[in-house]
Design a protein around this ligand. Structure first.
Ligand code: NAD
Ligand code: MN
Length: 802
């Protein structure tokens, strides 16, 4: 080809990156052993697996196949190392993490080539996106280690964390997990994905090179059924951090239920890419390329559902097809290709299966006219139009370069379509009308929202899902809380000695029963349940008797059942406008509840004494603490705000605190009034609506509250109270798909049940494991821990520019 011809066709020539250094490094090191206690250990099984180059289908290196004995050794090393690592000053940990970041930069090209070889992603992406972000995560978290003593006061490390990561961003996912865990003083056992272990093994070498203390980071390669499951079940691991499929995430939720292990799950997605008719269409086309053809579409937050306003759909689809025709699929090490290889033969087959299914279901499929390389695992960019929102390709995560397009007419329809998924990881919104975009962003249920941009990531800005995309955040300050525990939890919780009621104090408490005053039958005051702002009789038609400590009946409450819970959840949903009320307004209502409670303080104190046998002065202290607690959350309502991040781009990221939705609350038995208010107040302060199961033994303090609510301008349905057996009702709540989170402060067994049953829709859980918590102590009974559980962070990316 001569210059004139090149000028005519504007064809790219091949621009291959040299692989020799990486190949040599692999040759020198393989077979790869396990990295335990800063040493390379052969696997107990003596078995090795191949790591494949998906662009050729050939083996790159042999890696050790660990089993549970190797995991035991790694966990033992991590446990031995943890006290010393966690005991270092934040500054010393910061120095180590900083050294890791520097070393990654020094070896950046080797890491980029290794990643490209092992995963099949393009060198352009590993060089310009993956590896720079890896370094950035270590730098950013070195900073948090430095600041931990002041900025995370009252928190300590969780201990040993087990981390399980997927193959799509092998080193980046390692960085997202290891950097904050190290910063907060934890030690680590990490399992790389079966297909892509090589950069993690190079990382292990970096750990050795910088002299990180032995046992702080351990890398165990092998199969999920051997290594992954052993990590999940290990009794000496204190937290599991997992990124991968929703299916495996659900099984991990069940396997860890009740174990007391902390858990964060980053799962799948089917993210909407919403285009309004005033969007800049050429930018949109480039955005779509970055949304669904970045990393061959093997991106959990890929914009895989293109939602276009109907009046521009035809034109936009035509432009998109023209662009697709010019995309280049090929050798990942060629710097001029757009799309590399699919990670494995199995993944390629699965993509083909879902595409065939889409065709069979009647959607229109379009692919460019050119053919993919036949050696290795390649799949062409693919576009489906005429897709019905219920079609499997519109609902199932394909995890490949496949885009499905649908149309909408109005912004409201766009939001409804966008939310028509069980996932909630990310969304992209395209419009030149920033007011419209910022109005739509909070309405889409997703952890990250990109306005006129897509697939942007930074260590400063948290990432994570709503709904079945998992829970927990990685990045930002919020990501640190996944790797710490309140310090008081580690201290022996002091047993509270409660004085019993004096004989004569008890006398002034009014009698209940059929004998009223003056020999007349008493007027029955049996409290009902409280649903949708109305007093409701139990569906069952049964009541349960509440006994005082002396064994005498002191009243009856409704025996709630499944139907009552369903009605309460429905009422809580119907009250979702509460989330949109102003924080000033919500604060006013909390103050008003406190005011009305204080008017009736004596009556509430007597009721506590009747139910618990505690002295009137102790009961009065509880009522006063409840009033103070309501003030605390009234105060926080307009102050627990989000943040504005400045990642390294021209623009801002708005980290907004959003309510979770409907929260089920199971109250502790001790402190019948304070325990109830300690859960209800932070939840509703942040804009959630709640279904509350009061103290099972002493529910009357909670049911007395509905009269307080009725006089405090609290809108109907914001607080719903269902009395009855805590674990029976708690299970119904945990299994309910329209409940978004559960807080449970009953027994250890009940905590396990709640965590297990919540795996259905992956609702967030916060349980007490039956451990004592001193509700009177402001460090244990109120504050930011409660507020954080009441919100989820949405990061809205807003780039600047013309
Ligand atoms: P996967 O769930 O099969 O595997 C993820 C990891 O878990 C791997 O290391 C695997 O070996 C391990 N694993 C598998 N079964 C296990 C078990 N029973 N116990 C313990 N560990 C087990 O997912 P994948 O195919 O590797 O990755 C693709 C999926 O990951 C996609 O669904 C994608 O959406 C999701 N993903 C999510 C994010 C996120 O941040 N939310 C990021 C990347 C990928
Ligand atoms: Mn590989």
């Amino acid at each position: 080809m001569n210059v004139a011809e090149i000028f005519e066709t504007m064809e790219y020539g091949p621009a291959p990156e040299a692989a020799a250094s990486a190949q040599n490094w692999l040759k020198e090191h393989q077979p790869f052993q396990l990295f335990i206690n800063n040493q390379w250990m052969p696997p107990v099984s003596g078995r090795y697996l191949d790591s494949i180059n998906p662009a050729t289908g050939k083996s790159l290196a042999q890696i050790a196949a660990a089993n549970s004995s190797d995991v035991d050794a790694a966990v033992a090393a991590a446990n031995a190392a943890q006290p010393a690592w966690g005991g270092l000053s934040g500054h010393v940990r910061a120095r180590y993490i900083y050294a890791i970041a520097r070393q990654i930069q020094k070896h950046s090209r080797l890491l980029a080539v290794l990643e490209s070889l092992d995963n099949g992603k393009s060198i352009r992406e590993t060089r310009d996106i993956d590896i720079p972000l890896v370094a950035r995560h270590f730098y950013y978290n070195a900073g948090w280690a430095q600041l931990m003593e002041t900025e995370m006061r009252g928190y300590g490390p969780v201990g040993v964390v087990g981390q399980i990561i997927p193959w799509n961003f092998p080193l980046l996912m390692l960085a997202w997990k290891i950097a904050p865990a190290l910063a907060m003083g934890n030690t680590i056992v990490l399992k790389p994905a079966r297909y892509t272990p090589l950069t993690a093994l190079k990382f292990a070498e970096i750990v050795q090179e910088i002299g990180l203390p032995s046992g702080v980071v351990n890398i165990v390669t092998g199969e999920a059924s051997q290594v992954g499951e052993a990590i999940v079940k290990h009794p000496n691991i204190d937290k599991i951090a997992f990124t991968g499929s929703t299916e495996v995430g659900r099984s991990i939720r069940r396997a860890t239920a009740g174990s007391g292990k902390k858990l964060s799950l980053e799962l799948g997605g089917k993210s909407p890419f919403v285009v309004f008719d005033d969007a800049d269409q050429d930018s949109v086309v480039e955005g779509v390329v970055d949304a669904i053809w970045f990393n061959q579409g093997q991106v959990c937050c890929a914009g895989s559902r293109l939602l276009v306003q109907e009046n521009i759909a035809e034109r936009l689809i035509a432009k998109l097809r023209a662009r697709m025709e010019r995309l280049r699929v090929g050798d990942p090490l060629d710097k001029a290709i757009d799309i590399g290889a699919i990670v494995s033969a199995a993944q390629l087959k699965e993509i083909q299966r879902l595409v065939d299914q889409g065709v069979a279901e009647g959607a229109e499929m379009w692919q460019p006219s050119w053919a993919c390389p036949t050696e290795g695992y390649f799949f062409p960019p693919t576009l489906f139009t005429d897709v019905s929102p219920a079609a499997s390709i519109a609902q199932v995560e394909i995890f490949g370069p496949v885009l499905v397009a649908m149309t909408f007419r109005t912004p409201a329809e766009a939001v409804a379509l966008a939310n028509n998924t069980r996932y909630g990881l990310a969304a992209s919104i395209w419009s030149e009308n920033i007011n419209l975009a910022l109005d739509v962003a909070p309405k889409i249920q997703a952890g990250s929202v990109w306005i006129n941009c897509t697939n942007l990531f930074d260590a400063s800005s948290g990432f994570g899902g709503y709904r079945e995309s998992g829970f927990g955040r990685e990045g930002g300050k919020e990501g640190l809380y996944e790797y710490v525990r309140p310090a008081w939890e580690n201290e022996e919780a002091a047993q509270q000695e409660e004085p019993r009621a004096d004989e004569d104090e008890a006398v002034e408490v009014e009698e209940h029963g059929l004998n009223g005053m003056n020999g007349l039958p008493a007027i029955d005051r049996t409290p009902k349940m409280f649903i949708g702002g109305k007093q409701a009789r139990p569906d069952s038609g049964y009541s349960r008797t509440i006994y005082g400590p002396d064994g005498r009946s002191i009243g009856e409450v409704g025996e709630g059942n499944r139907k009552d819970i369903r009605n309460a959840v429905e009422a809580a949903h119907a009250a979702s406008k509460w989330a949109g009320s102003t924080t000033h307004n919500r604060a006013q209502i909390l103050y008003y509840i406190a005011e009305n409670l204080s008017v009736r303080a004596q009556e509430f104190a007597r009721r506590i004494t009747r139910q618990t046998g505690r002295s009137l002065s102790s009961a009065t202290e509880e009522v006063q603490a409840t009033i103070s607690r309501l003030f605390t959350y009234a105060a926080w309502t307009d102050k627990f705000e989000g943040a504005v991040h400045r990642p390294p781009l021209r623009g801002v990221v708005l980290a907004m605190h959003e309510p979770i939705g409907v929260i089920g609350l199971a109250c502790p038995d001790d402190y019948p009034l304070l325990g109830f208010a300690s859960l209800v107040a932070p939840a509703i302060a942040m804009g959630n609506t709640v279904v509350v199961i009061p103290s099972q033994a002493a529910p009357l303090s909670a049911t007395d509250c509905y009269q307080v609510f009725e006089t405090s301008d609290l809108p109907a349905g914001v607080v719903n109270i269902v009395t009855g057996e805590r674990d029976v009702l708690g299970q119904v709540l945990a299994e309910h798909d329209d409940v978004d989170a559960i807080w449970y402060f009953g027994s250890a067994g009940g905590s396990k049940m709640v965590e297990f049953a919540s795996a259905g829709n992956m609702k967030r859980t916060w349980v007490g494991y039956g451990r004592p918590r001193n509700w009177l102590d402001p460090f244990q009974g109120e504050g930011e821990e409660f507020l954080r559980e009441a919100v989820q962070v949405k990061n809205i990316w807003v780039p600047y520019g013309e």
